[in-house]
Design a protein around this ligand. Structure first.
Ligand SMILES: Cc1ncc(COP(=O)(O)O)c(C=O)c1O
Length: 431
């Protein structure tokens, strides 16, 4: 392990006791010993159509031998054009413009820059302030880190963007424990934006960015009417609303995006992960055409936006994306996620009352299981259960003392039962 420095990993502990995945098919990984591991997190919230999809492999292989790379700047190709067009088929009404990136982090920083460029183009360059939310995760680049609300992710890196504020988070354990679907209480937390408007003036705020479901912090589902209220306040004050749909996109909640699931349309959305089933890096920012039009109008000649990546809309990623969206559609995976979600919720909520469990939150094919911190300090019990689950053949994700689950959308009842039984055994064995 000495050459490889792994991201977001306790490298020294990992090297002493590694977990190595060697193969994957359907909903299972295999380790180097050939042991089957049920993937209850779709890799890292991304392999929504399941592993080892032949159609995607074929499309990528064909693309590599047809047009392996084309410059993203000042040159076009039919595959990237088709990918943008195809993506709009599943976007909320009114969102019809696509800017490609390569990851969630890049999508977030791109969206924040587009928001500022939009206001500047419309003659409001003072609208600089970017508003995130406590406990939010928007990737690791400087913009996303600035609007993000997880302190530990920022501590090592010095000053971030200055013109940034954070809303209060949506977690209300006093009133919303063991929620299924959207929690009842907490819509008024959106009014925290009014506090920032009061403090800074609405005309200093460019955009608000939130994850519709906060994933990385441990699955916080938006309370009923919260997103509607945030939408209304943004609209009333000319503030752009950005949904970071990097994990909520592509059927995770039983609809193409959280925007449709919750019936609230933002101005911009960021996405990645499930866009290509996780198999080739690709991200996108999508938006109402009026945002692009305003930026174009503000730049009568030449390049309209001084931003982009060498691999924006990479033809191979575009091919992977087109094949992925075909699978989602042909197999009706978003509808399958919606149909099996009640069983998912029933089975996981049945873990209520098991040792250490203090909350369970579910919506669509997402679950957060919160544990009481163990005697060795915060996070240790969660990590021990994550390790034990892996040893028992179940891949979960842990953040602090919260286990997060988000299986591939091809999941069936038997897999859900097996995941829950493994979790139950690990909870009972944990100290
Ligand atoms: C909501 C959200 N935004 C952004 C990101 C960052 O994506 P990436 O790791 O592809 O940069 C993630 C990653 O998990 C995420 O969950």
């Amino acid at each position: 392990m000495s050459a490889l420095w792994m991201p977001f990993t306790a490298n020294r502990a990992f090297a002493a006791s590694p977990r190595i995945l060697a193969e994957a098919e359907g909903i299972f990984y295999r380790d180097t010993a050939g042991r089957e591991i049920l993937d209850a997190v779709a890799g890292l919230w991304c392999v929504n159509a399941g592993h080892g999809r032949q159609e995607i492999a074929d499309a990528v292989s064909r693309q590599l031998l047809t047009l392996d790379y084309a410059p993203a700047f000042q040159m076009g190709n039919p595959y990237t054009v088709a990918a943008a067009e195809r993506l709009t088929d599943i976007l909320p009404d009114g969102i019809d413009t696509v800017f490609f990136t390569n990851s969630g982090s890049e999508s977030v920083d791109t969206a924040l820059k587009i928001a500022r460029a939009y206001h500047a183009a419309r003659g409001e360059p003072q609208r600089n302030r970017l508003v995130g939310r406590n406990r939010g995760y928007h990737g690791v680049n400087f913009g996303g880190l600035s609007v993000g609300g997880i302190a530990r992710n920022k501590e090592q890196f010095g000053p971030l963007l200055a013109e940034v504020d954070h809303l209060v988070d949506t977690h209300d354990p006093e009133r919303n424990l063991y929620s299924r679907g959207q929690p009842e209480f907490g819509a008024e937390r959106a009014d925290d934006l009014l506090r920032l408007i009061e403090a800074h003036g609405a005309n200093s705020i460019a955009a608000v960015i939130v994850e519709p479901v906060a994933g990385s912090t441990g699955v916080l589902i938006p309370p009923k009417a919260y997103l509607e209220r945030l939408r209304a306040i943004c609209s009333a004050h000319g503030i752009l609303l950005i949904f970071d749909e990097v994990i909520t996109g592509f059927g995770r909640l039983g609809a193409p995006f959280a925007a449709q699931r919750y019936g609230v349309t933002p101005d911009l959305m960021t996405m990645a992960k499930g866009l290509t089933n996780g198999v080739v890096p690709m991200g996108a920012v999508v938006m109402a055409g009026s945002i692009r039009d305003a930026i174009f109008a503000g730049a009568p000649d030449g390049i309209e936006l001084f931003h982009g990546y060498t691999y924006s809309g990479h033809p191979v990623a575009a091919a992977a994306m087109l094949a992925t969206l075909d699978i989602y559609e042909r197999e009706q995976l978003f509808a399958h996620a919606a149909a099996i979600a009640p069983y998912w919720a029933d089975t996981l909520h049945a873990l209520r009352g098991e040792p250490h469990v203090i909350d369970i939150r579910t919506d669509g094919l997402v679950a957060g299981i919160e544990l009481e911190p163990g005697p060795r300090g915060p996070g240790t019990r969660g990590f021990a259960i994550f390790e034990d689950c892996f040893a028992r053949g179940l891949l979960t994700r842990v953040t602090g003392d919260i286990l997060a689950l988000s299986p591939p959308l091809i999941v069936e009842r038997g897999h859900i039962d097996r995941a829950a039984e493994t979790l139950r055994a690990a909870l009972r064995a944990a100290d």
